[in-house]
Structures are given as C-alpha cells and as structure tokens.
Design a protein around this ligand. Sequence first.
Ligand SMILES: Cc1cc2nc3c(=O)[nH]c(=O)nc-3n(C[C@H](O)[C@H](O)[C@H](O)COP(=O)(O)O)c2cc1C
Length: 363
Amino acid sequence: MRLFEETDFAGGTLKNRFVRASVWMAGADEKGHLTQELLDHYKMLATGGAGLILTGYAYISDEEQPNPGMLGIYDDSFIEEYRTLTDAVHREGAKIALQIVFGGSQSHHPDAGSMNILAPSSIENRVTGLMPKEATRDDIKRIVRLFGDAAYRAREAGFDGVQIHGAHGYFLSSFLTPFYNKREDEYNGDIHDRGRILYEVYEEVRSRVGADFPIIYKINWSDFMDTGEGLEFNDALQVFRELDRRGVDLFEVSAVNESSGKGMAPARKGIHSREKESYFREATAKIAKSVDAPVILMGGNRSVDVMEEILNNTDIEYFSLGRPLLCETDLVNKWEQNSEYKPKCISCNQCWTTTPNSCILNR
Ligand SMILES: Cc1cc2nc3c(=O)[nH]c(=O)nc-3n(C[C@H](O)[C@H](O)[C@H](O)COP(=O)(O)O)c2cc1C
C-alpha cells in the first residue's frame, strides 16, 4: 500500500505517510517544560508507527500563551531537555517537528488577563472576551524575530523541522481574518497585505534555520465565519501559493476560527460513517493541486482504504491524525498489520475536557 511506503522529505525520508497532527496535551509544567508523562507519550507515539510527529503547540514568548500546560520554546533552557525527546523519537525511526505559536486574543489561559495580549487590531475576541492591544509595527518585528529564535532553538534541539501555526484564529491567522484585522498599514488591505506577516515569519525562520531544515506551515483554507468576516478559500489559496513560491517544505491544511461559533470544529465531532471521514479532502485536494510542496490532509482520517483512495486520486501526499493517536498511540502499527482495523476513537471530543488531554475510553 502506498500509505506505508517511504517518502523523500526535505533531504531525508519519512518511513510512511502518516503524521501525528499537533495535539496540545495540557501536560507540560507551569513554565512549559517537559514532564515525564509527556515524554512517555511521545515515545509511545514514536514506537506506535507514525512517520512524522508534530508536537502540540509550543509558545515562543513567556509574555503570553493561549492555553495552560503547553510546551515552551521561549528561551535556550529548552534546548537540552528537548534533545532527550528528539533522541528518543529518532531511536524508534520516527521524525519529530515542533509546532510554534504566538497566541494573541484567542487565549483560554486562566491568567490571560495579566498577559501581553496582542492582535492585529484592538477588537474584543468573540470567544474569550479578551480586549487585545493593537500590535505596533515594532511588536510585529519582535514577534517575527521570536518565531525565528524559536525555530533556531528547535533545530539546535534536534527536531527534524518546525511547524508554524498559522491557523485556527491565533495571532498569525487573525491577520488573515477581516473581522479581526482592521489595520490601516501595510498589514491589511488585499490578501497579500493580510498575509504579509505570515510571509515575514517564513523568511525569518528560513534565515535562522538554513535551506535544508524543513518548514511546515499549518493554515486554514477557510475560517468558517459569516461571509466577509473570515478568511475564505480563494484568498487562502493565494496565501498557500505565495508561501509555496517562497519555499515552504510541507503544508498542513486546516480550517475554522473559534470565533466562527463552530467551536473546536477543526476536530469535527461524530465521524461515524465513511462519508464523514477525511472531511477537508475537497478543499485540501484543490490546494495540493495548486502548490509544489507536499500537502497533509488533516481532519477525520479514520480508514486506510479511504486515505489510500485519496492518495491515489488526488495530489495529497500525507495524512495527519490527532484524536485517534491520542486514544491509540500504536494505531499506525495496527493498520500496518490489518488495514481494516477500526480505530477506537469515536470523535466525541471529550479529550478537550480532560487534564491532561487524554482519551476517556482508556480510563
Ligand atoms: C485535545 C486537542 C488538542 C489540539 N491541539 C492542537 C494544537 O496544539 N495545534 C494544532 O494545530 N491543532 C491542535 N488540535 C487540532 C488537531 O491537530 C487536528 O487538527 C484535529 O484534531 C482534527 O484531526 P483528527 O480528526 O485526526 O483529530 C488539537 C485537537 C485536539 C483534539
């Protein structure tokens, strides 16, 4: 099966086409440092078969963070400890990339009120109620540099790449969202201006990590907001194309801003039939056809034959799994032994409500 074949990836190889989607597990300590529990979970993911593991989102500055229990990468003290993690994953033949984020006004952290909450414009966040400060041009330059610093540390720590989180309503993604971006400078206007900060982050990260270090970008294909309020497909496509032209190594296509009122909809509930599986396949296939970089299909991937069919009939090359691997870290190995194996995950989304995030079926 092509899903299990080895692929070339940014000068290296991935042992199969399965990616563990980034999942914040609320398991880091209060300063964002690794705990034994998290380390053990990542080791199990590595032995469990996924070719590439994307970590849960890591905060790049300790002035803010979008959720408690996230991993940090805001200073050099993380480099040594993450070596333990990357070495452990590499020993199992898997690769691991660190997802990096600046949160902005979509922060659910209980201390968010005393954090430095910045956004493209000073507009109250519909979901969190936070009133952010408008990021000045100097703030933007500083945050762009913070992404570069974080990526540099990730490379030093032995990660095989970084994933820049440009989706779901966090700081970078909110520049793409007309409802939250009312700026009157070069960071607003047409989609090229709204995308400017994402391009600057890419260029900064590239300049810090070098040409041979994989940069993965996660971006929404749509915010799922009312017309005119959110990022929509045609504009998103231009952002993907521009980043592709600049040299991004791999895209993961996501969707939904929490402010759409569709909740945690990138993780859609109740995928009980094959028709509901791989729910972003159409939009993702269109994007995959329009860019040179390989593309990961995310969301609701639950059956080997459905994924194999998509692989054979579209330009999509990789498939990420979030909730199913939280529930069963060895799902990919099980599929390799029996491609008809049915994952335990029932997409109930109770994993959002547990601390640390875990599958209620395993209790
Ligand atoms: C508990 C939980 C935490 C998540 N944390 C992140 C995150 O840190 N970064 C991110 O980009 N997506 C995050 N997601 C979204 C997943 O990456 C994925 O897009 C989503 O779960 C849909 O894929 P699935 O159907 O395979 O679960 C999270 C999802 C869940 C359920």
